[in-house]
Design a protein around this ligand. Sequence first.
Ligand SMILES: Cc1cc2nc3c(=O)[nH]c(=O)nc-3n(C[C@H](O)[C@H](O)[C@H](O)COP(=O)(O)O)c2cc1C
Length: 271
Amino acid sequence: MLMGNFLKNRKSVRDFKKKKMDDRTKTEVLEIFKDLEMEVDNKYFNFILFEEGEKIYNVLNGLAGYSGVMIESPCYIGVRLKEVNDKSIITASYYTEKLMTLLTHRNLGTCWVNIKDVDRGVKVKVLGEENKNIGYLVALGYPKAKNPFVQEPTSSRYGVSDIVFKDKIGNSINAGELEKRGLEDLFYYIRFAPSNYNLQPWRFIIKDDKILLLLKYSEEGKTDLMDAGIIMYYFKELGKVIGIKSEWQLLEKEDIECGDSRYRVIAEIKL
Ligand SMILES: Cc1cc2nc3c(=O)[nH]c(=O)nc-3n(C[C@H](O)[C@H](O)[C@H](O)COP(=O)(O)O)c2cc1C
């Protein structure tokens, strides 16, 4: 499973060389932006390349990222929504993760950076008036070489049984049934998807011939639809290998409660 191995080995890159992209690579990257925007008829988002990495880092350090820890990189990609609604957010994050995958294949490293809480005035100053509502950047550049003798820290992941259920949330599904349905590898690998704060909020309910995607509310009572788009992208890619051709359908349904936890219903896909 090519995509499976890719996912298992992918990692957010937070340590970049100072080196900028050469003109050929930059042209290729801009072409990928256009191709991905066009895949959804230019309706939902634009990718913007910010090349003044140093300036952006200096202004956003202390304000953006987790607890103000900005990722330093030679350039950044802005994910600008055309309209703020659930469909746009999910589509933009789906295609941003696709973009990050394509960039990794070109030996570039990437990391999502949350700038939702940065003051709009600051964003105007550093990204421009038209980009003041951007909520996420992607740090982009060439990863620094790793020391092969040093074990890199890895982010932990839930087990398949923590995120996949049968018929209703909390009702475990056995490995034999997942295997019979050909879904064992897909759910093994999909756990390596990135998520905000590595919260891994995705939950899947397998019911008859459908899979329902839910997001678990955080302790602060929040969900982030960016996490939904990302996992839907990897599900589609891993699903292709086992012949799942259908598309995700977004749903508007009541939240589901189970014990102390609450879940937001996001979408379903037919097997
Ligand atoms: C929507 C989103 C926002 C993120 N924001 C940040 C961020 O602001 N700073 C950061 O260091 N990492 C950020 N990350 C990266 C996650 O922390 C990372 O994906 C997760 O810890 C798993 O690690 P891995 O990507 O190396 O597998 C973000 C990831 C996602 C999906």
